[in-house]
Ligand binder design. Sequence first.
Ligand code: ZN
Length: 240
Amino acid sequence: MRIALFGDIHANLEALEAVLEDASQQGVTDYVCMGDVVGYNADPAACLEIVRAMNCPTVKGNHDEDASGNHSLDSMNPVAAAALEWTRLQLSGEQRLWLNRLRMVRQVSDFTVVHSTLDQPANWNYVTNRFDAMSNFSYQFTQVCFHGHTHVPRVYMKSDRVSEVPAESVTIEDGAKYFINVGSVGQPRDGDWRACYAIFDLENKRIVFRRIEYDIEKTQAKIIAAGLPEMLAERIREGR
Ligand code: ZN
């Protein structure tokens, strides 16, 4: 069985469609979504409807939470807040309710899924190094946990100590635990603009990261046409 782990779509329809097409060509039969379906880019409703129709396990991201509520966004950075105010207006009440009801943590097969970290999932902590990953491992009761949130693919491994191993392809070894960031479909921040997701081959215990080109000019044009902040169109090309 091959499972696609994908998230941080951020309303980028072209990237989402390219990832799903690649996954199907790769023989993926099951899908799990790390959250942040909406926010930043110009197609929140279309992306939400695709993910909802897939009926796959999906956890809630911070942008899903912010887009589904009515609370003030004043404490957020102004670009993210402007995009979220816009996103709220694009979604129906029923779509916002779907986002709001997403769960923070899911167990799927024998692995766990969370948007940020298992230690305090509602605090939306960012894991950017092995020290940040340590507190997650104390709350990780499955061998493998997938997450997103930083938009940077990363693999943290805990055996006698916590280390970071290259996010290319990983074979799950007995006696170790893995906390794996699957990167971002719609707004990668590792300097590579291509959409990122991961495929978990359960039989071979192997996880492979995929980078997929998509029609980024179309996505950029939609961001500008929607009146969203222009830097959102620039950053997806720069991968930051
Ligand atoms: Zn995100």
